[in-house]
Design a protein around this ligand. Sequence first.
Ligand code: ZN
Length: 330
Amino acid sequence: MHSTATDRTLCEFLRPDGPIVIGVGGLHGNEPMGVEALRRVVNALGDGTSLRGTFAAYVGNLTGLSRKQRYCDTDLNRLWIEGFGKEEFAAGQFPIDSAKLEALSVEQREQQALWQVLKPHFDVAASTPRRLVLLDLHTTSAPGAPFTVLSGESSGGSLATALSLTIVALPEGAVNGALSVFASAMGHTGLTIEGGQHESEEACDCLEAIVRVGLECLELVPRGTLDPQGTYRQLLEARREGVPPKVRISYVHTIEPEDEFRMHPGHTHFQRITRGQELAVDRRGPVLAPDEGFLLMPLYQAFGREGFFLTQPVDEAPEHAVGHDGNGDL
Ligand SMILES: [Zn+2]
């Protein structure tokens, strides 16, 4: 029942019943704050006696993190394509032999090692009525309020709402190969959570608050265990101030390296933008917003195919409170 810590495994508090909650940080090597946030929560849990279910936390891309690179060969958060788990592992081929492993990219090897620790939880969830929730913690090159990108098939909406996360709604099938989408496709709840700017203390605090409040919302610990004064909930509510609860993407500014795109400094997620506002420059001159909206993911890193996104609020009835809707939405 004790947690065990290795480089990849931050903790494994295994319980015979109750929900199964898995935290993953650092799937992208330039995003260490997810790992740090999980470490803080693991410390706060102490010997884990308060847990009413399984909680496990893992580091995603160990090699990428050691090199402080988003990825080494390929994007570890685009490799979880449909059938991944089945093809490689259903016939008892896991772990795959060393010769085959040698032929894989750095990230494919990371994926194999990560799946080795994730799979037992997925197996337990598949053979019992226990709910499995995977929280995949990320950061972005720009600062701003935390958000989660959910495609139509995801069941994470009410948890995201309970965590005061703005939902960026995408059509079904729009995000391929993300770990959280893979978890959703396996019948579980997966959330990719963007907590703020890479390496910022603010993002770390925010991700820590999300996991603390998340574990309480999911009833993995009694309420008040990880957020005794309600300060973490308040932090999340304060971060969302002035930001719509749900948006859809209305414009994508795609770029090529030869565009020499440079975002003007100081922009943040969900900043209100007016039509015609100058947001960036490229080799042709100023880049103007084609419409009004809320800015998303202004690009402040050297690589990326999208310079920025514009989003529009989605009006809909508020989602039910987490844990009380009875529709398996978690
Ligand atoms: Zn990321």
